[in-house]
Design a protein around this ligand. Structure first.
Ligand code: GLU
Length: 448
């Protein structure tokens, strides 16, 4: 590990040893620690109070059994998690992920990232994350409901409007939030809107929450472009994934004049040089919950590719919106060779450390997820605000607030990177600015 302060280096070793096998968590910690050298040098009070060490240890970690009965009448057992990482700035806040790859290391990497992301929004939200190794793929609506009810039967005792406020992530959308909320309400006898975000629009949800992560990522890129007097006009864009983040990133790129020529799912990717037909994609993914091959079946000029990476498709702007470590060093090299100018993470930690390093060396602008995808959780905080005041805002008003928040995060990253001698380095700016806000709150609150 080069260029890292000895104390931070020792701390990284300690984290790796204390959390054996949790490679994604180690990676997320490493990425933040590499940026903190100039901060701990300038502010010895952080080291004196062990702020960074405390940040690396979650306040509370909950692991529980989730038993449920499938449609065949067989008993199924999954594992549930909630990692309440840091509540210095507000109640723990972060999504729930239902995916077979979920284990403690994934939940901890996501929870750790969430601390800095939520801090960057400037809103009063701490960091947490949860989920289960439950695989929703191919499960009936009734199975999803029974799973969610069982999951909440344990989780309810740990969460609350002022304690911990879960939301969606991969595999958890408005349908699952509905079943979770219904069970919470039934057990507690409280119609407590602020306990979950991502609720349906007819029962306490916020306008723009569904679109927010994707829109926010594109607003962030728009800020990068504007800062250099450029725009999306005429840009070729590749988006990975075709879930909630990808779909609404595509929608906003198109609205701003760019052309999205490819998107993907776990089976492969489609290329459509005329620009992705969003209505068709929404019909396949949101209504039918189908596979991306169906897109190529319906559009003769588009083609489906399997067994290769979507990053082989040349583009000006790349938006990884699928999952962690989906864009490798090899993919980064392909993007650099095709002339890609900007990479912005719509997903959490989709670029591997090698990829990030290659982008920096090649002068490709890299916007890290904790800044570029903060629009989702920021809009969750707006949902909490509306719930607390028993109000609901229009789509336009909410979207304007989201755009403003993304603009502020962008400027904060850029200014902070400048202040700490790394002009144009959005990753350093995001890590440092996110860290300072939460670190100062931790100092103010005493030894917690
Ligand atoms: N799961 C989303 C994220 O990664 C949103 C979390 C939330 O809205 O609380 O930021």
């Amino acid at each position: 590990m080069t260029g890292m302060h000895q104390k931070l280096h020792d701390l990284y070793d300690e984290v790796a040893q204390r959390n054996p096998g949790e490679t994604e968590f180690h990676q997320a910690v490493y990425e933040v620690l590499t940026s903190l050298d100039p901060v701990v040098t300038k502010h010895p009070e952080y080291a004196d109070n062990a702020v960074v060490r405390r940040l690396c240890e979650p306040e509370r970690q909950i692991i529980f059994r989730v038993p449920w009965i499938d449609d065949c009448g067989a008993v199924q057992i999954n594992r549930g998690f909630r990692v309440e990482f840091n509540s210095a700035l507000g109640p723990f806040k972060g999504g729930l992920r239902f995916h077979p790859s979920v284990y403690l290391g994934i939940v901890k990497f996501l929870g750790f990232e969430q601390i800095f992301k939520n801090s960057l929004t400037g809103l009063p939200i701490g960091g947490g994350k949860g989920g289960s190794d439950f695989d929703p793929k191919g499960r009936s609506d009734n199975e999803i409901m029974r799973f969610c009810q069982s999951f909440m039967t344990e989780l309810y005792r740990h969460i609350g409007e002022y304690t911990d406020v879960p939301a969606g992530d991969i595999g958890v959308g408005a349908r699952e939030i509905g079943y979770l909320f219904g069970q919470y309400k039934r057990i507690t006898n409280r119609w407590e809107a602020g306990v979950l975000t991502g609720k349906g629009l007819t029962w306490g949800g916020s306008q723009v929450r569904t679109e927010a992560t994707g829109y926010g990522t594109v607003f962030f890129v728009d800020e990068i472009l504007r800062a250099r007097s450029d725009s999306f006009d005429g840009k070729r864009v590749v988006v990975s994934g075709s879930g909630n983040v990808a779909i609404y990133a595509i929608e906003k790129v198109q609205a701003l004049g760019g052309t999205v020529v490819a998107c993907s799912d776990s089976s492969g990717y489609i290329v459509d040089d005329k620009g992705v037909d969003l209505n068709l994609l929404k019909e396949i993914k949101e209504v039918r919950r189908g596979r991306i091959t169906e897109y190529a079946d319906a559009r003769s000029h588009a083609h489906f590719v399997t067994g290769r990476s979507v990053w082989q498709v040349p583009c000006d702007i790349a938006l990884p919106c699928a999952t962690q470590n989906e864009l490798s060093g090899t993919d980064a090299t392909a993007l650099i060779e095709s002339g890609c100018l900007i990479v912005a993470e719509g997903a959490n930690m989709p670029c591997t450390p090698d990829a990030v390093k290659y982008f920096a060396e090649a002068g490709v602008t890299f916007a890290p997820g904790k800044a570029a995808n903060a629009g989702g959780v920021a809009t969750s905080a707006l949902e909490m605000q509306q719930n607390a005041s028993r109000d609901s805002w229009t789509f336009e008003e909410t979207e304007a607030r989201l755009a403003e928040i993304m603009g502020r995060i962008h400027d904060n990253c850029l200014t902070t990177a400048d202040d700490y001698g790394q002009p144009g380095n959005y990753a350093a700016g995001a890590n440092i600015a996110g860290f300072i806000r939460v670190a100062d709150a931790m100092l103010a609150l005493g030894l917690i």
